[in-house]
Write a protein that binds this ligand. Sequence first.
Ligand code: NAD
Ligand code: G6P
Ligand code: MN
Length: 439
Amino acid sequence: MKSYQLVICGGGSTYTLPMIKTLCDFREVFPLWSIVLFDVDPDKQHMVYEAAKVMVEEAMGGVEVRECYTLDAAFADADFVFMQIRAGGLRMREQDEKIPLRHGCIGQETCGAGGFAYGMRSVPQVAEIVRAVRAQSPRAWIINYSNPAAIVAEATKRLFPGDRRLIHLCDMPIAIMDAFAESLGMKRQDLTPRYFGLNHFGWFTNLYDPRGKDLLPAIRTMLKSGSAAPEELKGDAGWVETFAQLGEMVRDFDGEGYVPNTYLQYYLYPEKMAAHMDPRYTRANFVMDHRVAHVRQMCEYIVEHGSIRGSGLEKGVHGTYIVELASSIIRNENRTFIIITPNNGIIPNLPPEAMVEVPCLVNANGVTPLHMGNIPTFYKGLLENQYAYECLTVDALLNGDRDAALKALVLNRTVTDTGRAKGILEDLIRANRDYWQVK
Ligand code: NAD
Ligand code: G6P
Ligand code: MN
């Protein structure tokens, strides 16, 4: 069987080790001859590379593992490129979260003013990598999940028009489906979703079992009375709370029988959520203190023992989903994935050019979105507002346009006043001067 070369961009990411474990576990499904780790920061990537070499040698000896720090040769033989870069690192994530909070607004990695600032940093770096990939391997499949995926998708649609091998993906709908499947004693792969929205801004409308029974009503009843979090996230208090918040949203918005993405909590309860966040210790601090430290320990353990046995490393939902997607492409499997893709009439009462997140069939020909139909007024209004925010963010970035930047922030539901938007923008411009400018 044919085997492939995979390049992981952002090889030093906290997601790389579980990703390599997933690749080892799925070696029959997604056969590789080479894994290249590409990063700009040897301090972050080299230890991951050392551990990855041990892991790959142990599980699939003979497969090449390489580390790389320049763009010129990184993609010469690439069949697949997975992108998980974080422009500015977790230190800038901390700024994205703390600056809006100082002004009484949500401080979040991808939502609100933090997501705006991160998008402005992320797009130029993602675009530079896409350009290098296309120069070296025009037909490589690029699977991007660098955040904020909504902004990155809108920008790359404009910068690389018609590139059907550039796919934008988020694991949140899948993590939510995992949680529901576990509560029902089922496998996520046996559930077929209907879902619409923008990235981190969408709703499940149905969730079918293999016999065609819609399980969403039962899930809503369960959410109203309790909570659900996927097994993998149960040790993380932040995520447990986030899943608990689904219950309130389902109770408050009962009409159509939908279930929102967890990220809607920031847009539907911006004041309550902002009041609840600690401006001195945000999620970035938690991730640096826990996940980054944990990854470092695991790398050290694996290298020292020459084996992953006893390291506690497990594959994660994130990597599993991406490998399932790659498998559906190379094996022409026609499986359904929720993907960020041009609307083109899939939701007729939203703009055709919007990058929507909807179920898509994935096969050797790439991604084909499934028709969703018109959506009710409440959701249409929310989505049009959010999409306008996304468009203005990309305008601000591509044209260095300060007026567009302010309007983007004002439109975002998490930024609750124009005065606050102005103050936040000033502070973000200062904090991001090494990354982007607006005039
Ligand atoms: P991290 O900071 O630990 O890892 C990111 C890595 O990217 C670092 O090693 C960094 O040096 C590297 N990097 C930064 N800029 C780069 C560039 N221009 N070229 C190459 N490498 C570069 O962050 P993390 O928490 O592991 O997250 C990684 C990324 O994956 C983030 O963008 C995160 O938001 C994203 N992510 C997205 C989803 C999704 O649902 N779409 C899910 C999980 C993670
Ligand atoms: C989910 C989202 C990602 C986001 C991540 C943040 O997986 O889909 O887009 O990056 O959560 O998780 P963290 O643990 O870093 O706060
Ligand atoms: Mn996501």
